[in-house]
Design a protein around this ligand. Structure first.
Ligand SMILES: Nc1ncnc2c1ncn2[C@@H]1O[C@H](COP(=O)(O)OP(=O)(O)OP(=O)(O)O)[C@@H](O)[C@H]1O
Ligand SMILES: [Mg+2]
Length: 457
């Protein structure tokens, strides 16, 4: 549909130009001196002396020289003049236009300067008496438009300019608003969608528009609708699959118990089956967790959580485990910090990061945990930093470690390696709490993972 915006902009421009022209015309009318007054002012005295000059030339050199003189006069003043005698005949013998003759007759009768104007031209006649008895009359025709230019002062010009500027500004403002308003609506809706709120729609925020912008808004809504359906379907599928896997797994465990009773001494294979079943169980648990975090259906509790206590707790557990494997876990920095959120989710997030660090820490090194307040006034934040002294993550892989199932080098070691969902869940959990997660390699080796959360007031 090419009509709407195209036609509107076309019409708008045309209309604004018309308005500007109208404003100009109106100011000209309002500021200019009426034609009659101007003509009156123009050349009253000059007309008399020109008439005498012309008569003198007539007496001295004859009619052709008078014609030359009047031509010269027209060239310099744009005033077309003829010299008539007392009977109203052109001294050069040319026919006299009716209007000129009428004005001339009036001038001869009254002895005053007489004038007739029709808006296009002004006809002025001035009678002179030479030597007490010979009478002549000079009839001059002046274009009125010319006098307009001659007589308008600088204030009138400034006013005209102002009128044009103001009308043009008003028209352009309207046009700019007409174009930018729907763009602003589309922009903010797109932003909301990009932030992950798939339920956002342009809908009726466009008002009663019927142009291309409204079309675009409707297209956007259709796109968002489709996106939402697809994404929700995918999430639901993930959740359903994970859920459905639970029951056969439970039955497998029951069968495993029965099998153990019959197997006697040789339990090795069954141990293996049990381990794998456990891994499968963990995987399903994590998948379900992720599905819940991503579906947006999980609204975390918003209670005051003692972050320091959580960090201490996790560190203690990890330290106990680490001891047996010749590694240490230390809290290097801490402060009393409270955040709003779900204690269980936050705890598991911190634990996930600490476990990763411990898994990658070489023997006889320690994992360091720091908790500190980020001093930004107005929006205080808490930062938990966990670092190890392992090999770190290749720079190229850093942005990916928060993606589901991503493992560096894609090595999937059977026993030591995890599934690759840990950091993904951490990321979603922290974001759900309004925070951010960052990973970076420390200058002297090892990975630093930072969880930043808004502090409770
Ligand atoms: N402290 C660390 N040092 C080096 N690499 C790390 C560290 N933490 C995470 N990684 C890398 O990031 C990848 C993703 O981590 P993530 O926690 O998501 O998965 P995982 O630990 O392998 O499995 P899961 O946590 O699901 O059991 C890991 O496989 C590992 O390659
Ligand atoms: Mg992990």
């Amino acid at each position: 549909m090419m009509r709407g915006v195209f036609a509107r902009i076309l019409l708008w421009f045309w209309l604004s130009l018309v308005l500007v022209a109208l404003a100009l015309e109106l100011t000209i009318a309002a500021t200019s001196t009426p034609v009659e007054i101007r003509v009156q002012r123009f050349s009253d005295g000059a007309l008399g002396s020109r008439a005498r000059e012309a008569v003198a030339i007539l007496d001295r050199d004859g009619p052709p020289k008078v014609a030359r003189f009047l031509e010269e006069l027209e060239r310099t003043t744009r005033m077309h003049a003829v010299l008539l005698d007392a009977d109203g005949h052109d001294v050069a013998g040319h026919p006299v236009p009716r209007k000129a003759a009428a004005v001339a007759a009036r001038a001869l009768a009254t002895g005053e300067t007489e004038m007739d104007t029709d808006g296009q031209a002004a006809v002025k006649a001035r009678a002179v008496t030479i030597g007490g008895e010979r009478r002549y009359v000079l009839v001059a025709t002046l274009p009125v438009g010319l006098m307009r230019l001659v007589h308008d002062g600088p204030t009138a010009q400034a006013l005209r300019l102002l009128a044009v500027l103001v009308t043009a500004a008003a028209a352009c403002y309207g046009l700019a608003r007409y174009v930018t308003r729907p763009l602003a609506v589309l922009r903010s809706t797109t932003h909301t969608l990009a932030r992950g709120d798939l339920s956002v729609r342009v809908g009726s925020t466009m008002g009663r528009r019927t142009d291309e912008f409204a079309e675009l808004g409707r297209d956007f809504d259709r796109m968002a609708e489709r996106l939402e359906t697809l994404v929700t379907a995918e999430r639901r599928l993930l959740r359903d699959i994970s859920h459905e896997l639970r029951s056969p797994l439970a039955r497998l465990n029951v069968a495993l118990g029965v099998a153990r009773q019959h197997a006697g001494d040789d339990q090795a294979v069954l141990d293996r089956i049990e381990r794998e079943a456990d891994r499968l169980n963990t995987l399903i648990g994590q998948l379900l967790m992720l599905a819940r975090l991503e579906s947006g259906t999980l609204t975390p509790e918003r209670v005051v959580v003692d972050l320091e206590a959580i960090v201490r707790d996790v560190a203690e557990d990890a330290a106990f485990e680490a001891q047996g494997r010749g590694r240490r876990v230390q809290i290097v920095e801490t402060c009393p910090e409270l955040v709003l959120g779900d204690a269980e989710l936050l705890r598991s997030a911190v634990e996930n990061v600490v476990r990763n660090a411990l898994r990658h820490a070489p023997e006889a090194t320690s994992v360091e945990i720091g908790l500190r307040r980020e001093g930004r006034r107005g929006s205080p934040r808490v930062r938990i930093a966990v670092r190890d002294h392992g090999s770190g993550v290749p720079e190229a892989a850093l942005p990916h470690i928060f993606q589901p199932f991503y493992r560096v080098g894609d090595a999937r070691p059977r026993n030591s390696g995890g599934i690759g969902l840990g950091l993904t869940i951490v990321d979603r959990t922290i974001r759900l709490h309004g925070g951010t997660v960052r990973a970076a390699n420390a200058a002297d080796g090892g990975l630093v993972v930072e969880l930043t959360l808004p502090a409770a007031a």
